[in-house]
Design a protein around this ligand. Sequence first.
Ligand code: ZN
Length: 160
Amino acid sequence: MANEPAQEYIQVTYKKPRPYRWAAGEYLSRLYRECRDNKRLMTVKCQHCNEHVWPPSKVCGRCKKPSGDNWVVVSDKGSVVQFTYTNFPMFDPHVGKYMTEEHPFATIDLDDCEIYWVAKLEEKDKDKLKPGMRVQAVWREEGRGGGLDHDILYFRTIEE
Ligand SMILES: [Zn+2]
C-alpha cells in the first residue's frame, strides 16, 4: 500500500482561442440590448403575481406561471445589503481572464423593486464600505453588449 504510484492526472492544453456564440433567448437578449443601447435595466413584471422577474424570463420564478410581456424599467440605484472583499485573483468567466484589480463585491437592493443583485463596487477603501450605503451603476460609454457585466463597470457611491 505504501508504494502505490501517485494518481496520474490528465492535462489538456488548448493552443488556439475558441470563440463561440450562443443565444441568450428572447427575454435576456432584450435586457442585454437595453443595457448596451439605452443604458438601462429592464425586466418584466409578472402578470400573475405582479413581482419583477429577475433576470427577465418567460416563466416567473416565484409563481411558475407565464410572466407575460409587461416590460418595465428598473432603477440602476440601490442600497448595499452586504459586501465582501477579495484579496486573491478572481477568474472572470465572461472574458476568460483573471481580474487584475481588487474590487469589493456587494449585494445591492435595487430601488423600487424586489431585485437583489451582486455587482462590483467602485469604492475600494474598506473603511468607507458599509451596509446601507447608496450606490448607482456606472455605465460603460460604449456598450459592448453580451451581458450586464460588460455594460456596467461598477456601482459608485452616491450622496442623497
Ligand atoms: Zn409570478
